[in-house]
Ligand binder design. Structure first.
Ligand code: 6PG
Length: 251
């Protein structure tokens, strides 16, 4: 079981984006100092967009060794990279188009593939190649950014999904009936929990109930199962999302 989670509450979504950008920069500098590169898995959805925009602009842009950065994705919808619903497109438009990460160091999930199981296996092979992991070993990402759905999902790990029980494969194709685009690719708990640092970015009053369920009530929701075995877990919340935590919103 990993170290206890750090819960950081900031005033609003703007403060969350700024705090998250600073955290990414600090993690990147530490990773490059320690092992010469920085590997990150980006979250999809709407919340992280402002964080990505901050990273693409002064002062944060100049503080990341983008040429030593490897970008992965936590999950992807069954949509081509130029589709409005594509997580890759959101990250590309907000960040990747504006920073000099070498193109072969941005590893996109091919959510649009006909054979999503094959695409999941292909992504797993790509992870294994970048991390030079031996068969069965798991890649240890320096940083994984995650969001939180109101139903307690994170990445594309949805309540009731068989993929929640996946203990070997690092990447899986899932069918999330509740999602707007049900067919998805997702990193699985083994990879998330092998990371050196996982940061949830959660903002907005609509998330207050699920934040309480996960952090105060320990409800067995997918997001509650993200506990890095040998890494740091950070919940970065704005006051609105933390409002139902004991003493949360008032801090
Ligand atoms: C996705 C994300 C998903 C997201 C949550 C929160 O593909 O949608 O991986 O897990 O992080 O649904 O989304 P919002 O930030 O838009 O609330």
């Amino acid at each position: 079981m990993g170290s206890p989670a750090t819960v950081t509450i900031v005033a609003d979504a703007d403060a969350l984006a700024e705090t998250a950008a600073r955290l990414v920069v600090e993690t990147a500098r530490e990773a490059v100092r320690r092992h010469g590169r920085f590997t990150i898995a980006l979250a999809g959805g709407a919340t992280p967009r402002e964080t990505y925009a901050r990273l693409a602009a002064p002062p944060w842009r100049a503080r990341v060794a983008w040429d030593r950065t490897w970008v992965f994705f936590g999950d992807e919808r069954a949509a081509p990279p130029d589709h409005p619903e594509s997580n890759y497109r959101m990250a590309h438009d907000a960040l990747l188009a504006h920073v000099p990460v070498p193109p072969d160091q941005v590893i996109r999930m091919r959510g649009e593939a006909e054979d999503t199981d094959a695409a999941a296996a292909e992504y797993a092979r790509h992870l294994a190649a970048v991390f030079a992991t031996r068969r069965g070993a798991l890649p240890r990402l320096d940083l994984v950014l995650l969001g939180l759905g109101v139903d307690g999902h994170t990445a594309s790990l949805f309540p009731g999904s068989p993929v929640l029980k996946e203990v070997f494969r690092p990447v899986a194709a899932v069918h999330a009936a509740a999602a707007a685009i049900p067919q998805r690719l997702t990193l699985t708990f083994p990879v998330l929990n092998a990371a050196a640092r996982v940061v949830f970015l959660v903002a907005g009053a609509e998330k207050a109930k699920v934040v309480k369920a996960v952090l105060a009530d320990q409800a067995p929701l997918p997001a509650a199962l993200v506990r890095p075995d040998d890494g740091e877990l950070v919940w970065l919340l704005d006051r609105a999302a933390a409002a139902l935590l004991p003493g949360g919103g008032s801090r």
